[in-house]
Design a binder for this molecule. Sequence first.
Ligand code: 0X9
Ligand code: ZN
Length: 309
Amino acid sequence: AYNMDWTSYHRLSDIYAFLTYLNTTYPKLVQLTQIGTSYEKRPLYVLRISSSSSPGTRPAIWIDGGFHAREWISPAVVTYIIQQLVEVPANANLFSNVDWYIMPVMNPDGYEYTHTNDRYWRKTRSVSSTSTCRGVDPNRNFAFKWGGMSTSSDPCSDLYKGTKAFSEPETLAMSNFIIGKSKQIKLYLTFHSYGQTILVPYGYDVVYPPDYNELLALADNASTKFVKYEYTVGNSAALLYPVAGSSDDWAKSIGIKYSYTVELPDDGTEGFALSPSEILPVCQDFFPALDVFATKVATCCGAATTTTA
Ligand code: 0X9
Ligand code: ZN
């Protein structure tokens, strides 16, 4: 058993030990699945939380973290969300009608590399056949508008898009898993840092989906829960900058109605080097917003098995 805490940033082995502990301790509520293997052969894990007697039939929320290796607050917040959902009885209402699929570290190779070699590494760690530079930006590697704005063909760039969409084992495994659950998943939430924003698709350019106002209203509503940190809500490309081949746009493009990128605190004062004393406050400030998302997902989009046009 591993007792997780949110007073320091944790190595991957601690995070994986925590997931394994939950899987063993709460077999009726959680199920840990290895959905693939990273470039450097680390397991890629998704934790399902479901109180249903037939999991997989309720509408669901997907959450991921750890796309960008140096954004350490992201896996911290995602593991906190897991802990609160699984171990705090008062939060059981959050999964009384909704299943959760949570992947706390989608880029484990990069995450470990920031602990051992380079604190500010961003990408995966895959080897290029044309360059000695390593890694692909996983958030430029998804199969929607791949290779568009704010992406690079240079393997040495931090924004390297890869040789093709889903060239990375991490993005491929994650996207295949989500596609397999795409009838069920109604909301996609990906945690990055920093900036204190909730970004609404599309983000490949300033383009608004037909239901943009519904997506904006839900994010605005969620953001009313924040007390300590002020978040700005708006279109990804307009508020931040255009990014093509990102996971948020891809999730929207495959029919997941609600899709958001959260840029966690801070506002840039400490940036990626956010001090450990801020971890718990950031987690505690964000968690109540999940109730808004779960309440919407429970009723928004029909039963999990219903296909909508
Ligand atoms: O550039 C990114 O991938 C994200 N920002 S970060 O500083 N964490 O790297 C923002 C992606 C937002 N999504 C789109 N604009 N599509
Ligand atoms: Zn990021």
